[in-house]
Design a protein around this ligand. Structure first.
Ligand code: 3HC
Length: 275
């Protein structure tokens, strides 16, 4: 089994880490060698911490090769795409992957809120395109939504499902509807939380404490939006709102303003909190 991961940002690096942890041969593609090296260091860091904490005995980082050439994914059994969350770049990538990869390779997208069917439609072989939606942080969150697009074959779907199991995840099966299962529910809920900040004149700390201690959330909504990335959350909310037009799905202006100001959460050092 050989897995390709295209895009080694936070999600792609997490996915590549899971492959390495599962003993799977992995090729990670980034646009520059430096970005590939940075991802490799990040993966090495988190796996070393797991060894130090006794969670795993050892790991073999040589299972991961990084490249800037898509052509190096030619012999992969499954390719998982985790590039920028925009439809056109994803469609272009899938049409290129179709040319490069073996005809029986499964092509999976980690999109959060775009249509897997629209991505698949950029290829001549949409039967092998499937969604594999991981949650942030991918190495820690057990869920993978395995998403069946309109023309996904049973074979491709089951291969993606089995790969998620091999990676130690808890996969669930669903169809390609806006936001799939979790984001369909979670995005409007998080947007409600942000609106309540202003409506109830509650502080960020108190809102987070409220949801942690009153609703059993592992982290508060503001902490979570900071973790996901304010820009990513706004973008996903807009995509969901575009498709379903429910007012709760539209990103609250406060979040849009934060994104425009470069307050992107943990990754930029400042969001609701300062890091
Ligand atoms: N990658 C790999 N390993 C990581 C990591 C990452 N990004 N972040 C942390 N770790 C490792 C670290 O090594 C850390 O150990 P160390 O500090 O001793 O080195 C270890 O994981 C544990 O980290 P924490 O102590 O922070 O773990 P917690 O027990 O506090 O749990 C959590 C962290 C799992 C993130 C928990 O707070 C949680 O479940 N939060 C909710 C997250 C959530 O809801 N995510 C979904 C977001 S929605 C989404 O992703 C959809 C998308 O489409 C937008």
């Amino acid at each position: 089994m050989k897995v390709g991961v295209v895009g080694l940002g936070a999600m792609g690096a997490g996915i590549a880490q899971l492959c390495v942890e599962s003993g799977v041969d992995t090729v990670g593609r980034e646009v520059t060698a430096e970005l590939g090296e940075r991802a490799r260091e990040r993966i090495g860091h988190f796996l070393t911490r797991k060894v130090e904490k006794g969670q795993i005995e050892s790991f073999d980082l040589s299972l991961l090769t990084t490249t800037t050439e898509l052509a190096d994914l030619a012999d992969c059994d499954v390719v998982i795409e985790a590039i920028v969350e925009e439809l056109e770049p994803k469609r272009e990538l899938f049409s290129e992957l179709e040319r490069i990869c073996r005809p029986d390779a499964v092509l999976a997208t980690n999109t959060s809120a775009l249509s897997v069917t629209e991505i698949a439609a950029a290829t001549q072989s949409p039967q092998r395109v499937v969604g594999m939606h991981f949650f942030n942080p991918a190495p820690l969150m057990p869920l993978v939504e395995v998403v069946r697009a309109e023309l996904t074959s049973d074979d491709a779907f089951e291969q993606a499902y089995r790969l998620a199991e091999t990676m130690g995840k808890h996969p669930i099966r669903c169809h390609d509807t806006p936001g799939f299962v979790v984001n369909r529910i979670l995005l409007p809920l998080l947007n409600d939380c942000v609106r309540v900040l202003d409506e109830a004149r509650v502080s960020v700390d108190d809102l987070d404490a409220g949801m942690k201690h009153g609703a059993g959330w592992p982290m508060g909504p503001c902490e979570l939006i900071d973790l996901v990335g304010i820009d990513v959350h706004v973008h996903a909310s807009e995509a969901l709102y575009d498709k379903l037009r429910e007012p709760r799905m539209a990103p609250p202006p406060r979040l849009v303003a934060m994104a425009n100001a470069g307050l992107l959460g943990r990754k930029s050092g400042r969001g609701f909190y300062t890091y």
